[in-house]
Design a binder for this molecule. Structure first.
Ligand code: F3S
Length: 388
């Protein structure tokens, strides 16, 4: 990999340990994946914030970076943490809360903005065609496919290293040739709602691995539907982008057809419970303003019943812009939580054994990451269950 003389100096430690170790991470990755150089990035988004998923091991590393005066060189944001300050923080063990706040503090000391959301694009939308180093798979696939920005699927450490250097190695989908579709997906099923889109993503992710699909026949979709589909694709597979608009050369592509039965089977397989849930969870990935509006619509004239919790998870940024809706949701007995989600908090410690969700990504991960049962259903069905 070619390094400029400035990059060589950083590599050799002339600017200090924090930048040296970051540069070494980037060069090692670049050489592994055949990059020829480092390219500037417009922003970084770093996963690995929740103390539940992180544990103690990386904290020493973050402390060492802070001690060595490491500061990010580009606007940098972080994924959700393990609780929100208003509701869950009070229900979790004090030492967990302390450790989590320490992790957030360390990121902030490096100049990272504590956005604590997996939808950083609602806060600051990256420009089409610009290079990024993002490490939340649902945000990566959304950025590449819907926003037209260019980012590999980074891990937490490589996104942090890229943030500290302000550059990333030019491999993977940073290269035009790797962004071309190599499989055609014909969707022959009507998709009724965001949950069907998410299930389509989970079904295809398993078949595609890391191929780039071009969709034909995607019925009426919103950006929120594409967000759910992308989150599903990136959960069960390694795909980091898809195409859904016209493209030439499709006749040469291998074709996969998706039928209504594939969607239904996926929803049934993901649903491990038909019991009444302890928690109904909407907001994976974090809700957009529009999704919050549809929750308000579905909640009209209803109250959340006793013995069940209804969480709507979003970013603090969207929560602020949706103040009126947030008050309506609270009035119905539900919680609008920011900075966290049901996957990255200690669900079991909160006394929850069964979740119902509209998110195929949550349904895919929750039985293993949270060890609780799950039912996958549309937003409307979720709200009905919470209130019936
Ligand atoms: Fe976001 Fe949590 Fe889902 S981090 S993508 S809401 S698992």
């Amino acid at each position: 990999m070619h390094l400029t003389s400035e990059e060589e100096k950083i590599f050799n430690g002339e600017l200090g340990w924090a930048y040296q170790v970051s540069m070494r991470i980037l060069v090692t990755l670049g050489e592994l994946f055949g990059a020829s150089e480092l390219i500037p990035i417009e922003s970084a988004h770093i996963s690995g914030v929740s103390y539940k998923t992180l544990g103690d091991a990386p904290i020493d590393f973050f402390e060492a970076l802070v001690k060595a005066d490491g500061k990010v060189q580009v606007p940098s944001t972080v994924n959700p943490s393990s609780f929100d300050p208003e509701y869950l923080a009070k229900r979790l063990p004090e030492d967990h809360v302390k450790k989590q706040l320490h992790v957030i503090d360390l990121y902030e000391s490096m100049g990272v903005k504590a956005t604590l959301t997996c939808t950083p694009y609602y806060l600051r939308q990256p420009r089409p065609g610009c290079h990024l180093a993002w490490s939340e798979s649902s945000a990566v696939i959304y950025a590449n496919s819907v926003l037209g920005s260019w980012t590999n699927r980074e891990g937490g450490p490589s996104a942090l290293a890229a943030a500290l250097i302000g550059k990333t190695p030019n491999y993977g989908v940073h290269k035009t040739e790797n962004r071309e579709a190599n499989v055609l997906v014909k969707v022959k099923s009507p998709l009724r709602n965001e949950t069907d889109f998410g299930a389509l993503g989970i079904h295809l992710g398993k078949l595609l691995k890391n191929e780039v699909p071009l969709f034909e026949g995607l019925p009426n979709y919103t950006k929120d539907d594409l967000k759910q589909m992308g989150a599903g694709l990136a959960s069960s597979g390694m795909t980091s982008m898809f195409h859904y608009q016209e493209a030439s050369g499709r006749e040469k592509l291998e074709t996969i057809s998706v039928e209504a039965k594939d969607i239904q089977d996926t929803i049934e397989t993901l649903s491990t419970s038909s019991e009444s849930p302890d928690l109904v969870f909407i907001g994976c990935p974090h809700c957009s303003l529009r999704e919050i509006q549809s929750v308000v619509q579905a909640l009209k004239g209803k109250k959340v019943k006793r013995g069940i919790e209804l969480w709507i998870c979003t970013s603090s940024h969207v929560k602020k812009t949706a103040e009126k809706h947030v008050n309506t949701i609270k009035g119905a007995g539900a919680y609008v939580l920011c900075d966290t989600c049901a996957i990255v908090t200690w669900i079991k410690k909160l006394g929850i054994d069964t979740i119902m969700t509209n998110s195929a990504k949550t349904a895919y991960y929750t039985p293993t990451l949270n060890e609780v049962d799950v039912t996958l259903a549309s937003t409307t069905e979720c709200i009905e269950e919470a209130c019936k």
